[in-house]
Ligand binder design. Structure first.
Ligand code: HEC
Ligand code: HEC
Length: 392
């Protein structure tokens, strides 16, 4: 009784306090002076309020030991503008967003994407916004990833940070073809960039490392946490093996099949991928050697990044070369199409290891797997205005 009275008093007090606040002072966090805002708003659709890029992880991820990235709002704001700016490519024709579209979970819907000169990329664009893409996870390394190995970037994992990835992409002969010092001077000429750099770094002397760091901050802020899968695992107290109350029977069947046949590589919790790279039997002879092309080790030929499957329904076509147009084709690959290779992962082989495994799923089971993969779509991430194109 006593606690209840106290509680209602407290509620009343906070209610009246907050309504006072609302009536009397308008709480705004103005970021730019009128002159600065004039320079910015000529070109950009940015509010003169602090845009919050902070990331809050759901409990089921915290329970795995994951730490949310600490994002600087000013750096992420600058990174957002850079991400959508075509001036980042040599002839000003493509931006990062040309191959990473927000509505497609920052992937592209083509097998290969068009670079600044119309040439096609050698691999399929990767989606962004997966939970282990952020700094505290890939730099934290052993603290949370099951196998003690942080997961790196690109299909062959040749970049260790997004800063490194961005630097390679900007200078790539097919993708953006840009000289980094030339880029710094090109951007310095824009008054809005001088303002944004001052806010982020306290200086308007641009430097390539600041450009790539701001891009990294923006990409690190993209964290998918709001899917039907997340609702389900929260309701199941973080246990991916239990039936999820918000799933249909078909989706739960699909989840069980996924846990049984797919999760030892892709992860059952959709947060940490237990296997970083693997050969999943796409070919008997690999033209693109993947990790093997980077390490020159025979044992790495045909191994590629085990991609995160969040938003997978939005990121067709699939695999490093975009060879599969639909999730049905992907499931059929694992069901009946896995090919033998010296590096084929043991999980995709028959028990004696001599040949590729056949799942022999029924049509109903294949449909259920696809239905499950469709629960991984994060509408919040793909519509959030803080990740959208800021250019007018
Ligand atoms: C011309 C198309 C194109 C442009 C422009 C482009 N990307 Fe990419 N991006 C790709 C492709 C293709 C891959 C996969 C390449 C590979 O693995 O070899 C990729 C991979 C990535 C990855 C790795 C994701 C992972 O999970 O490993 C990140 C991060 C990324 N891009 C961010 C960016 C940023 C930031 C920019 C702008 C500086 C950018 N991209 C510009 C096509 C592009
Ligand atoms: C041995 C580890 C392993 C197992 C087991 C496995 N996968 Fe994969 N998966 C991979 C690798 C590696 C890739 C990327 C291969 C490539 O592109 O060369 C991949 C790619 C995919 C992709 C395409 C992702 C994209 O962004 O293009 C989907 C979808 C997928 N797997 C679903 C599944 C499903 C469903 C199962 C279970 C039936 C499964 N995987 C089992 C390792 C595995």
């Amino acid at each position: 009784m006593k606690t209840r009275t106290l509680l209602s008093l407290f509620v009343l007090l906070t209610l009246s306090l907050s309504s006072c606040l609302k009536d009397d002072v308008e709480v705004r966090h103005i970021v730019y002076t009128p002159e600065e805002y004039a320079a910015i708003s000529g070109v950009l659709n940015l509010p003169n309020d602090q845009v919050n890029f902070g990331v809050d992880l759901p409990q089921h991820m915290k329970n795995l030991g994951m730490v949310p990235p600490q994002i600087s709002n000013a750096k992420a704001t600058l990174g957002r503008v850079l991400f959508y700016d075509k001036q980042l490519s040599r002839n000003q024709t493509v931006s990062c967003a040309s191959c990473h579209h927000q509505e497609l979970a920052f992937a592209d819907n083509k097998r290969f994407s068009e670079g600044f000169n119309g040439e096609l990329t050698l691999r399929n664009s990767l989606a962004l916004g997966s939970v282990a893409n952020f700094k505290s996870s890939y730099e934290g390394g052993s603290t949370f990833s099951g196998s003690g190995q942080p997961q790196f970037f690109f299909w062959d994992e040749r970049a260790h940070t997004i800063q490194e990835q961005s630097s390679l992409t900007l200078q790539d002969d097919i993708e953006m073809g840009m000289d980094l010092n030339e880029l710094s001077s090109r951007l310095s000429a824009e008054e809005y960039y001088r303002v944004l750099f001052r806010k982020a770094y306290g200086t308007d002397v641009l430097h390539p490392a600041l450009i790539t760091e701001a891009l990294q901050e923006f990409v690190n802020a993209m964290v998918s946490t709001s899917t039907r899968f997340d609702e389900g695992i929260a309701a199941a107290s973080g246990d991916p093996f239990r039936d999820f109350p918000n799933f249909t029977q078909q989706e739960n069947l699909g989840k069980n099949l996924f846990v049984q046949h797919c999760s030892s590589c892709h992860g059952a919790n959709m947060s940490i991928s237990p296997e970083k790279v693997a050969n999943n039997g796409l070919d008997e002879v690999y033209q693109d050697e993947g990790v093997g092309g980077v390490t020159n080790q025979n044992t790495d030929i045909g191994k590629f990044k085990v991609p995160f499957l969040r938003n997978i329904a939005l990121t067709a076509p699939y695999m490093h070369d975009g060879r599969f147009a639909s999730l049905e084709e992907v499931v059929e690959h694992y069901n009946s199409g896995v090919k033998m290779h010296q590096n084929l992962d043991h999980r995709l082989r028959t028990e004696d290891g001599s040949g590729p495994r056949r799942l022999e799923l029924s049509q109903q089971e294949k449909d259920a797997l696809v239905a499950f993969l469709n629960t991984l779509t994060d509408e919040t991430l793909v519509t959030a205005s803080r990740f959208s194109d800021p250019f007018k």
